[in-house]
Design a protein. Structure first.
Length: 242
């Protein structure tokens, strides 16, 4: 196999990041968008599911964690990022994901889907176990580069989200708010929610100021988020599939 780079493919309109995919809005370098498209077009495979700290897999690649309330859309977002329908299991039943799931992307990045928090119908024992596992992972994982904290755009940051934010702040773990389900919110309400979150983030030590606005259903903001996450990937030669 040769080492020559594949010719750069022109991005389609759906793959270009619009300024309102981010808050505050900004344009993204097309070369960075292309790098994100190429990386997330690579093979993404399930590596492990860990239900305890002892079952966590060996750290081999930079890791990006997806955290948030139950049913906020973590699995749907991971599927949309990777262009798959059933890579990460999705469910309309809150609390279904009860382990930390690891997905290796192109041998360059590990995507980590964490159990949702704030599911009141779960048993207290189950909630304690999930919480302890997530806290251990977020505070001790050396290869963890960023946590994407998913927030439902219809609700904004709520009381269940703040302990996760505080944990990231205490651990010095960079985290970034990703608003999900933005297709269910009007432009004015979405702008108000994003502005309120941005004001709150300014008081947090480890919060990244940029907010991603996404919809897995409409594929909004997917290219922009891919571009951000690609910046954390291990350096390796990649060829564009197809």
């Amino acid at each position: 196999m040769g080492d020559h780079a594949s010719p750069r493919r022109r991005l389609s309109p759906s793959e270009l990041a619009a300024p309102d995919d981010l808050f505050p809005p900004r344009e993204i370098d097309p070369a960075v968008l292309e790098a994100g498209r190429v990386l997330f077009a690579q093979e993404c495979r399930f590596v492990a599911g860990a239900g305890s700290a002892a079952a966590l897999p060996r750290e081999t690649l930079p890791e990006i964690a997806f955290i948030g309330r139950s049913n906020v859309g973590k699995s749907s977002l991971v599927n949309a990022l990777c262009g798959r329908r059933m890579l990460a299991r999705t469910s309309h039943t809150p609390g279904r994901t009860q382990q930390i799931n690891f997905f290796e992307l192109g041998q360059r990045l590990m995507l980590v889907d964490l159990p949702g928090y704030g599911y009141a119908a779960a048993s207290k024992a189950a909630m304690r176990a999930w919480t302890a596992l997530v806290e251990h992972y977020l505070s001790s994982r050396a290869n963890l580069r960023r946590a994407c904290l998913l927030v439902d755009a219809r609700r904004g940051i709520g009381a269940p989200d703040r302990p996760a934010m505080a944990l990231c702040d205490e651990a010095g773990l960079s985290y970034q708010i990703v608003l999900t389900k933005t297709d269910a919110v009007g432009p004015a309400a979405l702008a108000a929610t994003a502005a309120a979150i941005a004001a709150e983030l300014r008081r947090q030590r480890a919060a990244h100021p940029e907010i991603h606005l996404t919809s897995a259903e409409r594929r909004r903001g997917i290219a922009a988020l891919r571009a951000t996450l690609t910046g954390f990937a291990a350096v390796a030669p990649l060829r564009s599939p197809g």
